[in-house]
Ligand binder design. Structure first.
Ligand SMILES: [Zn+2]
Length: 300
């Protein structure tokens, strides 16, 4: 899954420090991150099953050189590091613009989904940095009094210097569930997902409910069936939607007739184990849950 980056290690404790030229630099504007497009000859063929790493995250020294600046001119702040390479968030004028500024030649502003095709370190680091950048971009002004916010000095937060309001990074809980019906798995396709493959029922946890209650509600809402024996499987950060995803397995309880929620799903169906194709488990817990079922593993 996205957070499994061994032998690399994420160090996300809060601190303030300056960058080295080889550290990563996240320049984030209008919901997109500036990435370096690899030369065509460096692109790998996705049809062969290798990763299409057509973009890389720029380094601090690289962007400073492009703009004829020195390390002393750097405007940005430390986010976290993976091994001994840090991720910094750019605070220069380019990141303060309300619209995406013109990128330097050879670079493009890309959506966070682009990080999914990168190496494990750039995938986790880039997407997590973009999650923080998104949160900061939404909290430039105090929600209590409207005053401009400043960055917290002792923890990852933004603080209102006028009224004292403190805002922490937003992490929204999500549940996802593999519902078994004998040798069949409940699979679905969300209308908003550009990936045409079938995945699992999932959704944001509502205020006032537990993770398990959210599982029961989501399956009933989206597929019209009831579940029992809801069991915790594992969790993962999911920075692409500012989320933490809790994965569960469950069994069908009663009638297996699916009543699909057409406002959210384009398909919901029971898929026999032998008809499920192989899913790569290196990024999402959804694929891990599907593979867990496909390979016949159970947690019971
Ligand atoms: Zn305030």
């Amino acid at each position: 899954m996205i957070h499994d980056i061994l032998p690399h290690k994420l160090f996300n404790d809060f601190k303030t420090c300056g960058p080295k030229p080889t550290d990563y630099l996240i320049r984030y504007a209008s919901g997109k991150t500036l990435l370096k497009a690899c030369k065509a000859t460096e692109k790998k063929d996705s049809a062969t099953g290798t990763k299409d790493d057509a973009y890389n995250i720029p380094r601090v020294g690289e962007l400073l050189a492009l703009e004829d600046k020195k390390l002393a001119d750097f405007e940005g702040h430390y986010l976290f590091c993976i091994d001994d390479t840090a991720f910094f968030l750019d605070d220069s004028n380019a990141s303060r613009m309300d619209q995406t500024p013109p990128p330097p030649a050879g670079y493009e502003y890309m959506v966070s989904r682009t990080f999914r095709n990168m190496s494990p370190v750039e995938r986790l680091g880039g997407a997590t940095a973009a999650h923080i950048a998104h949160w900061e971009s939404q909290n430039k002004f105090c929600g209590m009094c409207g005053h401009p916010m400043t960055r917290g000095e002792k923890e990852r937060s933004v603080v209102c210097p006028k009224c004292g309001n403190v805002v922490y990074p937003r992490i929204s809980p999500v549940v996802i569930v593999a519902v078994r019906n004998g040798d069949k798995l409940l699979m679905a396709h969300n209308i908003d997902n550009p990936n045409p493959r079938l995945f699992l029922i999932s959704g944001f946890v509502e205020i006032g409910e537990s993770l398990e209650q959210a599982v029961h509600r989501e399956v009933l809402e989206e597929a019209g069936v009831k579940v029992k024996n809801v069991r915790y499987f594992g969790s993962q950060p999911w920075p692409f939607s500012d989320s933490l995803i809790a994965g569960f397995t469950a069994e069908l309880d009663g009638d297996d007739t699916i009543h699909m929620q057409e406002a959210e799903l384009s398909e919901a169906t029971w898929v026999r184990r032998e008809d499920i194709p192989e899913y790569e488990t290196d990024v999402s817990i959804s694929c891990c849950l599907i593979e867990n079922f496909r390979r016949g593993f159970t947690l019971d």
